[in-house]
Design a protein around this ligand. Sequence first.
Ligand SMILES: N[C@@H](CCC(=O)N[C@@H](CS)C(=O)NCC(=O)O)C(=O)O
Length: 228
Amino acid sequence: MSSTQKSGLGETSPVMKLHWSPRSPFVRKVMIVLHETGQLDLVECVRNVVGMAQPNEQVMLDNPLNKIPTLVLPDGQALYDSRVICEYLDGLHSGDRLVPRGGSGYYQAMTWQALGDGFLDLLLLWRNWATDRGLAHDAPDDAYMKAFSSKTERALNALESQAEQLQAAALNIGHIAIACALGHLDFRWECLQWRNGRPRLAAWFKAFNERPSAQATLVRNDEATAAH
Ligand SMILES: N[C@@H](CCC(=O)N[C@@H](CS)C(=O)NCC(=O)O)C(=O)O
């Protein structure tokens, strides 16, 4: 890829670097935003392997927390986390906003985003906790495992009860975060059978998944050995 690209705003802008992985649901949020806003050309994706117990020096040069996504601007400034990056990218295009500007729409979108992101944080912690201890996901005698399971059920039930609102609202960053969390469940947590008893959420997610931006960014494994 060349070092300069058209920004979509009629100017030529240097490419930004995205610390990226095809497995990361948080990176996927950023990729969906880039697809939905027609700005894929602005970003060069650099594969970086990270894990909670596997610090990556290249990533940590730009983000001391070792997290992806991290976006490096042409002048070297690093942006993280996914919320900041998505909002930044949403400010660079002239189409419909994914982060609503103010009002109740803004707070609804941000709360959905917090639910989707928090749900993902929980799922990543749960998997690390279980893997480190060699526990099955439903280990009955571990307080953390029980709590992870209970919070997951509650999060899914909360989403099921809001499925009609999700359906009615214009596409926003909250939808994207929630879809990335559900996509991660399908990728890593098939055992949970989350669709059972949640037909409205399943229908909403099915429709979301038909978007070209969702299809183009489905999480997938590659040859790297690490969590993400
Ligand atoms: N709040 C962060 C979470 C990002 C995150 O947890 N990313 C994972 C990959 S999906 C990661 O980088 N893990 C490595 C680590 O925790 O050291 C965001 O929204 O970007």
